[in-house]
Each structure stands twice: as C-alpha cells, then as structure tokens.
Design a protein around this ligand. Structure first.
Ligand SMILES: NC(=O)c1ccc[n+]([C@@H]2O[C@H](COP(=O)([O-])OP(=O)(O)OC[C@H]3O[C@@H](n4cnc5c(N)ncnc54)[C@H](OP(=O)(O)O)[C@@H]3O)[C@@H](O)[C@H]2O)c1
Length: 428
C-alpha cells in the first residue's frame, strides 16, 4: 500500500510538472525552459500566470483557474457540468469510460478528455493528477460504493481539495433500495475526508428522466406510461439546473463546503399536470396510463436500463405515490446558487420535443409504435431474484422515506409545505 501510494504521488507529480497544472511550478518551468523573462514582470504586475503551457510560444495570460475533473462526463449531468464550466472558461478534464462520439464532442468543445474506469483506483489517480476539484457522478451499479471508495482514496493521494458529489433526495441508511443506502454512505464518506471540501447535490426524480423519457410515446402514441399515480407530485429539476447548482459549488468550494443542496423546478406539479403540459407541447391529447410495474420493467429493460436501477425503481415509484418528492419542493436552491430562475417543466419539455425520437417524422412515429406494441412480448425483470442473487445486504428495518424518522428530521419534513393534511394522508 505504501509503495502504491508513493508511486501514485510520484506519477502525479510527474504529470503535474509535465502539464504545467500547478501555476507556481509552471512559472518556474516556463522561466527556465522558455527563456521568456520579458513577460514575467507583466505577469506579476497583472496578477496572472499561464495555467497550461503545451509549448513556449502559446503562453496565455490567463487568470489562475484550477482544472476541474468531471466524471460521468458523457452522461446527463456530467456532460452538462462540462459544457457549463467550459462556457465560463474553466479548464476541464472530462473523464469518460471509452472513446466514442460523445467523448469526441467533449474534446471538440475544449475539454481535456481522459479515459478511465471509475472503479479503478490507479486509473483514478492518473485522472486526478493536476486537478484540485472534482464532480463525482455515481454510476448505476450495484457496487457503486466501491467506485466512490476508489475515488476517495485517489482524492487523498493526489491532494484533491474539493468533491461535489451527485447524490439523491431519498438517500438514507434504512431505505429499501440499495442505491439509496449506498448514496447515503457515499455522502458520509466524502464528508469525512480530511482536508477535502464536500458538497452534496441531492435531486429527486429529474424532469429529463424518468418523466420526459416517455415523451416519444406521448408524441407518437398519445400515452404517457409511467407507474405513478396521477395525483402524486414533484417539482422536477432539469439536468441543466442540477448541473448549474453543481457548477456553482465547484466554483466556490469554501462557500459550499459541508452543504447539501436539492435543486427543484419552480413549481410542484401532479403527474396529471405534467401530462397536460406535454399535451400542449406535442399538440394533441396525451393520456397518462399508470402502467403495471412488470410491464414498465419489460420496456425499461429493453431500453438497456441498468438492473440495479430497475430494482430501486419499485421503491422510488412508491415514494412518488406517497408524495416523498413533494416534501420541501419547490425551493429556491437553483435561484440562490446560480442567480437564475429554475427552468419550468414546459421549457424542458419543449427542448426534449426537439430530439429526433420525439419530432414529427414517419420514422420516429414507426419506431415509437413498434417499441410500444412489442412491450408485452419482451422479457421481464424480477427484482426479488436479482436482489437475492446479489446477496445484497439488508437494513434491519427498511423504511421508505416518509416512514423513516431520521429521514424526516434530516429533510425537515415537518416544516415542509406538505405539513398538514397531505403529509398526514401520505403517512397514514
Ligand atoms: N434520474 C433521476 O431521477 C435521479 C434522481 C436522483 C439522483 N440520481 C442519480 O444520478 C446518477 C446518474 O447521473 P446521470 O443521470 O448524470 O448519469 P448517466 O446519464 O446515467 O451517466 C452515467 C455516466 O457514468 C459513466 N460511467 C458508468 N460506468 C462507468 C465506469 N465504470 N467508468 C467510467 N465511467 C462510467 C457513463 O459512461 P457510459 O455512458 O460510457 O457508460 C456515463 O457517462 C445516479 O447515480 C442516480 O442515483 C438520478
């Protein structure tokens, strides 16, 4: 372990030195290798130094902005975090699992792209060399906590100063969903890392998924098939707003250290109200169908959704029906952290309606109908067998969020706008 640790640190130093990731090291590097003594007084006068110097003639007078590592960079929130950081001229290292069209796009946009397995401590050390801050996006994986532990170990070895971690609203030590219990543990593990500022971003269901994943069916078949009750509510945030909150935390570690933020949309909506918005956007009546879970599983499995997510969704849909996402929603988090109002559901829906699978075209319509009609004959998914085969650890007394006194206290549920008849009904 000591050997690995020293090697990790040495490798990291070599890389920092070679890349000029550290401003002070770079200044010395540039002075002695490039002989540009003439610009040094100007740099000192202006209080600026170059943060990266691939060669002697491309020295740029850039304010010191530490490079930020973004994991899950090809995914929903990660790619939005990369885009927003680059738009504000922050140097970004985007971590992707493999090279593909998405990673090429990130590179073209100006990110430095590195390839690594988020479960591999050595690869994470390499990826973290020369960065001070990082966005951690947990993958949907039954051993996600192992990736977080590898991330924490690499962070300590490389001297990372800040982690902004994506977590979830329902996270808790007694939640029946393994993903939610692991999210809770990951938050605590990151928070306990000495010398590393930690901020947790804890959204409920995103507007983009699961709700607007159903948009192609709504647009082409006229149904919105989701196993949740029409009267149950959420104020779903957009992926872009979740990323904006994460970026605000990344840009000011000291201000946001030790905090937990739940971004929400601007308005609490029932599923029936969301479907009315969708009807308006697609231009025809859409009907919400509370699909049986077994049928939803067939469709989601065929779309390649991760089995650990499917296993958790049976609880998350129950939480939705009990209004757990309505607790503490809507709030001003997005506005307070970013200075901009949270996106409303209709704007997010209009953006999604422009995606090829939801636009009016014969091909998209045919594909949506074919997917819809094929669902009954697709193979299903049995979460009990899946959980058992994995030998998942179980809490002594599993509780959904509203039944968990600890969760209620942590989320100040008693002070939420739900206090009163709705909450009493949900708890009954
Ligand atoms: N959706 C919701 O309603 C909701 C609500 C609350 C919290 N969350 C949390 O959000 C998280 C997912 O965030 P997201 O939607 O932004 O992610 P996402 O779109 O599912 O993307 C996951 C990213 O992680 C990458 N990845 C997966 N395995 C990897 C590995 N072994 N090594 C390196 N990279 C790997 C993926 O790369 P590839 O694409 O190449 O595999 C992808 O870029 C989940 O942990 C969930 O708990 C979601």
């Amino acid at each position: 372990m000591r050997t690995r640790s020293r090697k990790g640190a040495e490798k990291c130093w070599d890389r920092r030195w070679a890349e000029g990731g550290w401003g002070s090291g770079l200044l010395v590097f540039d002075i002695f290798t490039c002989f540009r003594y003439d610009i040094v007084p100007w740099m000192l006068l202006l209080g600026t130094i170059p943060y990266r110097s691939p060669n002697c003639y491309s020295l740029s007078l850039t304010m010191i902005k530490p490079k930020i590592l973004v994991t899950g960079a090809t995914g929903r929130t990660g790619s939005a975090v990369v885009t927003q950081l680059l738009a504000q001229d922050w140097p970004v290292r985007a971590l992707a699992r493999r090279r593909d069209a998405r990673s090429d796009l990130l590179q073209r946009r100006g990110a430095e792209v590195v390839f690594a397995d988020i479960f591999d401590p050595g690869q994470l050390i390499d990826a973290m060399c020369g960065v001070r801050r990082a966005y951690y996006c947990p993958p949907y994986h039954p051993f996600v906590i192992q990736s977080a532990a590898a991330f924490a170990a690499a962070a300590r070895e490389t001297g990372l100063e800040q982690i902004v971690g994506l977590s979830q609203w329902l996270a808790g030590p007694n939640h029946p969903a393994l993903l939610s219990r692991q999210s809770w543990l990951i938050d605590r593990m990151f928070a306990a890392l000495p010398g590393i500022a930690h901020t947790a971003v804890t959204p409920g269901f995103f507007a983009d998924t699961p709700y607007l994943e159903m948009l192609p069916f709504a647009a082409h078949v006229g149904v919105f098939p989701l196993p949740v009750a029409g009267e149950s509510r959420n104020a779903p945030p957009s992926v872009d707003d979740i990323a904006r909150v994460a970026v605000a935390a990344l840009l000011d570690p000291a201000r946001h250290a030790g905090k937990s933020y739940r971004p929400t949309g601007p308005k609490l909506l029932t599923v029936t109200e969301m479907v009315a918005v969708i009807s308006r956007v697609v231009g025809h009546k859409v009907r919400h169908v509370k699909t049986p879970l077994w049928m939803f599983y067939k469709a989601a499995k065929a779309q390649g959704r991760e089995r650990i997510l499917l296993s958790g969704l049976r609880y998350y849909f129950q939480e939705h029906d009990r209004d757990a996402f309505a607790v503490g929603a809507p709030n001003d988090t997005v506005h307070e952290l970013t200075g901009k109002a949270a996106e409303d559901f209709e704007s997010i829906t209009r953006r999604h309606a422009e995606f090829p699978e939801s636009r009016r075209s014969f091909g998209a319509r045919l594909a949506a109908f074919a997917r819809f009609l094929a669902v009954p004959i697709l193979p299903g998914f049995d979460p009990l067998t899946y959980d058992r085969a994995q030998e998942q650890p179980r809490p002594a007394t599993p509780h959904l969020a509203l039944d968990d006194a600890g969760w209620m206290a942590r989320h100040r549920a008693k002070d939420s706008p739900m206090t009163g008849s709705t909450l009493k009904k949900a708890l009954a």
